[in-house]
Design a protein around this ligand. Structure first.
Ligand code: SF4
Length: 425
């Protein structure tokens, strides 16, 4: 195996290379793509999502590795091998969290895969906030970060409202069309300051979603939590939201802003617990306060309109983990994952699917490891852990989900005590 050398993404490459980005959040990444194009990058978010991705992943990544790594690397390798790109003018982008788990090391696995496949000239850009790798042709400037934060906030709002509208729409496809139209409207605004008028835009979005005719049917609400990629990426969780809607349920998925706030909170915890970087902790506290103010104002707009449920503020999510898990548990999704499950239960969503990728030790501890505790504290909770790996069959997963939904229906129709007797009979 030849030595793994890092190819820098240079200033010149910004004009000559197309950067391929693996898909994670379908709505949010539309904004990401537009914002980066506006900043002068040539960007393409990958939409390939068939079985060949798993095969490519298995070809280049050891099957003991975290499943999200296998999928992300598989998606990029499949794209490169497809013949759709000029290999001498293409680059790849991947995140490095800088945390303690393996997410920071996917980049090295990707470079190894590129060498194996004969694509050693392809530069890989690390997207990180941890002073890890730098590239002269790619910079996360303050202006870019502000735009990305706004784009991801809009993404959260559209995802949150869409999940409350789509299962109830009278004319099928209305919600998807409305979401598409708002993505376009917001992308058109990106050139002007209007894009940053978040409150004004969110008020109009809430009104537009509220005006869509909906059925008044009661549907079972099902929360989705898990490792971040498995929770959001349709490729990772096999289109779980769509499956739940088809089964007559309403999926409840918290926004990615909570994960960003969790990362900022961890910088504060690092300082409090381990006396690490005071300056980083201060900066994180400032950024967190700013984002939480925005989050609160969005929740206030949704509450004032009264048509849809508003998301829980982050300071409540932090409190939810008390007595369940310590703040020091911050590998993977850490204390956030347990807190999200508690928050769902507190908001009346007792049915929860927890997406567990193969090879992910931290999330097995903070998710599966917490289920007994949650069940003892909240007997009506109905949580199912769904394991994802290259050989997991969709039939098996769908059966587990249907069993969970059958229990949810029993609870709903007969109440907790009778349902328990029936399921134990
Ligand atoms: S959170 Fe789990 S799946 Fe994600 S990188 Fe860490 S160990 Fe792997």
């Amino acid at each position: 195996m030849p030595e793994i050398k890092r190819i820098e993404f240079t200033k010149e490459m910004k004009h000559t290379h197309t950067i391929l980005v693996p898909m994670m959040l379908p709505i949010h990444f539309c904004f990401l793509e537009h914002i980066l194009v506006q900043e002068g990058y040539r960007i393409e978010v990958l939409h390939n999502d068939d079985q060949r991705i798993i095969e490519e992943g298995l070809r280049h990544v050891h099957n003991d590795t975290c499943y999200p790594a296998l999928l992300v690397i598989g998606q990029m390798m499949e794209a490169l091998k497809s013949g759709r790109y000029d290999i001498d003018h293409v680059a790849l982008a991947i995140t490095q969290t800088g945390g303690g788990c393996r997410a920071s090391n996917y980049i090295h696995l990707l470079r190894k895969a590129l060498i194996q496949a004969g694509f050693s000239q392809v530069p890989v850009i690390s997207v990180n906030f941890s002073h890890l790798e730098k590239n002269s042709g790619f910079h996360l400037t303050p202006k870019l970060l502000v735009k990305l934060a706004a784009g991801f906030l809009y993404g959260d709002v559209l995802m949150w409202l869409g999940n409350q509208l789509k299962p109830y729409e009278i004319e099928q496809g209305t919600c998807d069309r409305l979401t598409k139209a708002w993505i376009q409207t917001l992308c058109d605004q990106m050139d002007s300051l209007r894009f940053t008028h978040i409150r004004k835009n969110v008020t109009q979005i809430v009104q537009a979603y509220g005006a869509v005719p909906r059925s008044s049917q009661t549907k079972i609400k099902v929360g989705i939590v898990g490792e971040i990629y498995m929770k959001y990426a349709p490729l990772g969780n096999r289109r779980l939201e769509e499956f739940l809607i088809k089964e007559g349920c309403e999926p409840v998925v918290s926004g990615v802003l909570d994960f960003a706030l969790y990362c900022l909170e961890n910088a504060k915890i690092d300082y409090e617990y381990y006396d690490r970087n005071k300056k980083a902790a201060k900066l994180a506290a400032w950024a967190s306060a700013y984002l939480q103010t925005l989050q609160q104002s969005i929740a206030d707009i949704i509450k004032a309109d009264g048509t849809f449920r508003a998301p829980a503020p982050f300071h409540e999510i932090i409190k939810d983990r008390e007595g369940i898990i310590d703040r020091g548990v911050k590998m993977g999704e850490g204390w956030l994952l347990s807190s999200e499950m508690v928050e769902l239960i507190h908001s009346g969503v007792n049915n929860i699917v927890c997406c567990q990728p193969f090879g992910c030790l931290p999330n097995h501890i903070v998710a599966k490891g917490m289920m007994r505790k949650l069940k003892d504290r909240y007997p009506a909770s109905n949580i199912v852990a769904l394991d994802f790996d290259p050989s997991a069959t969709s039939v098996n997963q769908e059966n587990r989900l249907k069993l969970m939904l059958a229990n949810a229906r029993l609870y709903e129709h007969f109440g907790e005590e009778t349902a328990k007797e029936l399921t134990n009979a």
